[in-house]
Write a protein that binds this ligand. Structure first.
Ligand code: NAD
Ligand code: WQD
Length: 342
């Protein structure tokens, strides 16, 4: 079976994808510098799949290490590149940290594969659409000026990939634009591990419910949406993980129409913040303490994806709904209450 390099494989989405790759019979090798993840995740993955993935700890910004690693692992046929910094607020405060990490790691990886055939799957984001003019948003929608250096790294990374693929047929690149990944593996052995106060909605909900945080603030209820709170396309992280396997299969089976392609990865359905809160309460039986607060700067009002391209061309479709997302996120929060990660 093919050997796949998963960068950022001990992180949130990476760890779930490693499990799905192993389930699908792939051999996995992880590179992660543990900047935003725990080495203990390797044991958690092993408990789920029964197979310990090969692991290398180093910084992908170190060009010598990347070149050396790839030259010693010539049997790698595919790369899923998750490794990046991802905190929107921090990126505004420390833009160079984001540009350095997210670009150097990408450029080093692409350079290390120069002259070799490689299937490359990139973690992009619906953030590139900003507030779309038409909903649901399709892959053909224009990319809007980024609201943050983080968002800008995703836009420019896609341009780097387009230009790299345009001069060499050896790169088979799929950029997956994720909507809002939430939830955890059904085993509750892996999930999201936010550092400090979570900025994202679902980790804040679960931490508030367990008593780690106070009341949830709903950022605005005066938007032009059914109940006034913002709309997002929440996708279960396991469904998202499976989309990466579907992308690799398309590459491996030679089904790509161009050697750079983009796919939206969401459910195609929008939910408001208040609907997410209600779904959490109904699916877990736990009452949440929440209040309405002011709008958060930079928030888009509503976005959800047209996912018909992924359904048709990747033969992939999200299967899990908000109930599964909330139940699994809650089970994971309870798991980490009794098990510390460092
Ligand atoms: P995460 O922080 O949990 O995982 C990223 C992993 O990459 C971490 O384990 C970190 O230690 C590692 N890493 C970062 N820089 C590295 C480097 N230079 N060298 C080696 N390892 C490095 O993040 P995540 O939520 O799993 O996100 C994965 C990818 O998906 C990121 O590219 C992110 O921008 C993208 N994405 C995430 C979301 C989301 O809401 N979580 C949405 C859209 C896109
Ligand atoms: C979801 C909704 C908030 C917290 C961010 C990044 C984006 C992407 C995913 C990587 C919004 C509301 C939130 C809270 C709230 N990441 N909210 N109270 O903003 O859609 O996207 O993560 O690419 O780039 O910007 O996700 O989870 O922060 O917010 O009311 O305490 O929940 O206003 O409407 P967002 P989020």
């Amino acid at each position: 079976m093919s050997k796949i390099l998963v960068t950022g494989g001990t992180g949130y989405i990476g760890s779930h994808t490693v499990v799905e790759l192993q389930n699908a019979g792939y051999e996995v090798v992880i590179v992660d510098n543990l900047d935003n993840s725990s080495i203990q995740i390797l044991d958690q993955i092993t408990q789920i799949s029964g197979k310990k993935p090969e692991f290398h700890q180093f910084d992908l910004c170190d060009e010598t290490q990347v070149i050396d690693f790839i030259s010693k692992n010539q049997d790698i046929t595919g790369v899923i590149h998750f490794a990046a910094h991802k905190a929107v607020g921090e990126s505004v405060a420390k833009p160079l940290k984001y540009y350095r990490n997210n670009f150097f790691s990408l450029i080093n990886l692409l350079s290390a594969f120069a002259g070799k055939e490689v299937n490359f799957v990139f973690s992009s984001s619906c953030t590139v659409y900003g507030q779309p003019d038409v909903l649901p948003v399709t892959e053909a929608a224009p990319v809007k000026k980024a609201e943050s250096p983080y968002g800008n790294t995703k836009q420019i990374a896609e341009e780097i990939l387009v230009e790299t693929a345009s001069v060499s047929e050896n790169y088979h690149v799929i950029s997956l634009r994720y909507f809002n990944p939430v939830g955890a593996h059904k085993s509750a052995l892996i999930g999201e591990l936010p550092i400090g106060v979570p900025q994202n909605l679902v980790p804040f909900i679960t931490q508030s419910a367990i008593g780690k945080r106070g009341a949830i603030t709903v950022f605005g209820n005066d938007y032009d949406t059914p109940d006034g709170s913002c709309v997002r396309d929440y996708i279960h992280v396991v469904d998202l993980a499976k989309a990466h396997i579907a992308a690799l299969k398309r590459q491996e089976e030679g089904r790509m129409e161009k050697n750079f392609e983009i796919f939206n990865v969401g459910t195609g359905k929008g939910s408001t913040v208040l609907e997410v809160i209600k779904a959490f309460e109904e699916s877990t039986g736990v009452k949440l303490d929440y209040k309405i607060g002011p709008r958060r700067a930079g928030d888009v009002e509503k976005v959800w994806g047209d996912v018909s391209k992924a359904e048709k061309e990747l033969n992939w479709k999200a299967e899990l709904g908000l109930e599964d997302m909330m139940k699994s996120a809650w089970a994971w929060e309870n798991y980490i209450k009794d098990n510390s990660f460092s």
